[in-house]
Design a protein around this ligand. Sequence first.
Ligand code: HEC
Length: 226
Amino acid sequence: MLRIFFIVLALSLVTLVAITGIRGQKGKKPPIEIFPDMDHQPKVKSQVPTGFFADSRGDRQPVPGTVPLGYAAPLSKGGAVADEGKYTAVRFANSTDYADTGRFGDQWGTGIPLPVTAELMQRGGERYAIFCAVCHGSSGAGNGVAGQYGMAAIASYHQDRLRTMPDGEIFNTITHGKNTMLGYGGKIPVDDRWAIVAYVRALQLSQHAELSDVPPEERAKLEAAK
Ligand code: HEC
């Protein structure tokens, strides 16, 4: 009988301790971890020295040839980068150059800061087809396929406001976006952005040309076709 009493007493004490949660005292030793999982990993933390590398730096220098975001690759020929590994170092994100910002001081500028060649136009057309046509449509009328999937109020380039807009402002729209259009600065290198601006200008001209824009030797053909 007495034995049963002691067993019940011991069990109740255990239950009491379990419920009231006596957790012992504060200690200096680390707690005993039965399942440490991945709490402790040998790793390099930022701004902390490490014995792993000979120079004790935890943060490593970029690999030689690393291209920071905001630098531009040279124009490609037919899709491949023309001069791989060589990047135009002046094209940096915080530059105030017209070629990088589309601005002269606080004014939008106009002009393509690259030689406008057939190659550049072709490049612009190719990049336009990849990055812009889904929304703006291949002719720039704002009727790209994204409209069918809920992209609303896509601007058409064929309106006077955009026809008379400075090149630099269009460049800036590509870089930073405008209202619901996101910026493409992180995806399209600077030279390609200008190539696209040149192509957008060509699209605008294609829908809004005068007979006098046509070279004289071609005019006769048009007159004949009337
Ligand atoms: C995801 C869809 C989408 C893509 C892709 C897109 N745009 Fe747009 N774009 C828009 C919309 C929507 C507007 C109208 C924004 C507004 O409300 O002002 C716009 C506006 C513009 C404007 C007029 C800005 C102004 O000042 O009114 C220009 C120029 C333009 N886009 C050029 C481009 C070019 C060049 C590209 C390719 C690099 C491009 N867009 C890619 C959706 C897009």
